[in-house]
Design a protein around this ligand. Structure first.
Ligand code: 13P
Length: 285
């Protein structure tokens, strides 16, 4: 069932585990995520990006995800969130279409502008019962930042995080502790003491790790111990999906029923999601 993102995160926080927030752009990916959750009896969040809203159409992707959840998730709580909203307008679009959780990513704007942009979104969203995630510090992308960066320049400053949360009233915070999006090479070891300090200063804020695709068991366990309740995962799902598509176009291009390809791609994504949600829920196993 479609459930409040905030409740899903609160449940994870109270019980000492993390949930996966998985990007989906079509019916098959939404089904893959929901089917993995049902099989593992574990909640998760489906998230869409601005690019997906533009690709599919706001209302259509909302209806597709909602229909998949309504029809296939039984009683497993599945949240629905806007990932990386880069403007106030994107947030409004997402809320108007029905999402109850949004990210405003104004991290690139600098500290004070980030506070102002996030506060504006919180003031709009909270009265509507919509929860808000922001990013403080930069979680880099390949192509936007040099590899081997000076991580000190990118990572979240704990005292700034406290001030940011107090000023904005934001519910969740995407932190930068050496994590990175996609294929960008992460810091050898995340900055655990920084994360610990952040959690100590803002214990009620849901901490989120973006760039969760390449996070492995022991790192997940360390992060969860220090207050992380959510890992965003996109790249690994794209790889799983696209690997199947590429394989068919190269090796099996005589197959003319696209449903054969799409159902294999869907199964490949489901397999990845099953492993991730198991790891986020029981990282020590
Ligand atoms: P990855 O693509 O590295 O999994 O990161 C996803 C993400 O953080 C989406 O917000």
């Amino acid at each position: 069932m479609l459930a409040s993102v905030k409740n899903i995160l609160e449940e994870a926080k109270n019980n000492g585990y993390a949930v996966g927030a998985f990007n989906a752009f079509n019916m098959e990916e939404a089904q893959a995520i929901v089917r993995a959750c049902v099989k593992k009896n574990t909640p998760a969040i489906i998230q869409v990006s601005e690019k997906t809203l533009n690709y599919a159409g706001d209302g259509l992707i909302y209806d597709v995800v909602k229909a998949v959840v309504d029809r296939e998730s039984a009683s497993i709580p599945i949240g629905f969130h806007l990932d990386h909203g880069h403007s106030y307008d994107s947030v409004i679009r997402a809320v108007e279409v029905g999402l109850d959780s949004v990210m405003i990513d104004a991290a690139e704007l600098g500290f004070h502008e980030n506070i102002a942009a996030t506060k504006r979104v919180v003031e709009y969203a909270h009265p509507k019962g919509v929860s808000v995630q922001a990013e403080l510090g930069i979680v880099p992308y390949l192509g936007e930042v040099d590899q081997n960066p000076n991580w000190e320049e990118f990572m979240t400053n704990p005292l700034d995080a406290k001030c940011f949360v107090e000023e904005t009233g934001v519910d969740s915070l995407a932190v930068s502790i050496g994590n990175a999006h996609g294929f960008f090479r992460e810091r050898n070891e995340p900055d655990w003491s920084r994360l610990e300090e952040i959690h100590k200063l803002i214990p009620d804020t849901y901490l989120v790790i973006h760039g969760g695709s390449d996070w492995v068991n022991h790192k997940v366990a360390e992060a969860v111990k220090r207050g992380v309740v959510c890992f965003n995962v996109d790249t690994d799902l794209r790889i799983a999906f696209n690997t199947v598509l590429c394989q068919f176009t190269h090796d099996k291009c005589t197959i003319i029923d696209p449903r054969t390809v799409m159902s294999d791609a869907r199964s490949a994504v489901q397999e990845v999601v099953e492993k991730k949600i198991e790891m986020f829920r029981h990282p020590e196993k």
